[in-house]
Design a protein around this ligand. Structure first.
Ligand code: I3S
Length: 126
């Protein structure tokens, strides 16, 4: 039913393309591997998709992202020392997964930084 389905849907706050590399998994350092990723910021989660498939205002939780991170307790900061690329920010989950996210377009990077930071701050206040 519609109601059942609604419980499987997350409201999408923002979606779009960024360059991404995971640099740590559970605190263990990983080798950088930059790749383009489709990001969907919805609810308490940031989801990463390979392709920009999910563009609607609502994303069914059935369309499985490549990976998804819980933003509760996460940290975000601009990272000028961790990459030679510009407009890079560093993102770390409570579980010790770390990512660098980047766009050559400064405004795009700024918007994502603010959007993710906003969700983290909201969750901090709960
Ligand atoms: O921090 P690093 O080691 O300079 O990162 C660069 C490397 O990961 C490089 O890969 P290999 O050294 O495995 O070939 C990547 O191609 C670069 O993109 C990384 O540096 P940037 O500055 O682009 O994050």
């Amino acid at each position: 039913s519609i109601t059942d389905n609604a419980e499987l849907l997350h409201m999408v706050e923002k979606c779009g393309q960024l360059n991404k590399t995971k640099i740590a998994e559970g605190g263990r350092k990983l080798r950088k591997c930059w790749a383009s990723s489709w990001l969907v910021l919805a609810g308490n989660s940031l989801m990463f998709y390979k392709d920009p498939k999910v563009t609607a205002a609502w994303t069914p939780s059935g369309s499985r992202p490549e990976s998804s991170v819980d933003l509760r307790g996460a940290r975000i900061e601009w990272a000028r020392d961790l990459s030679s690329k510009r407009n890079v920010f560093h993102f770390r989950t409570v579980t010790g997964n770390e990512y660098l996210l980047q766009s050559d377009n400064e405004a795009v990077s700024q918007d994502w930084y603010q959007a993710i930071k906003g969700v983290i701050q909201r969750l901090d206040q709960e």
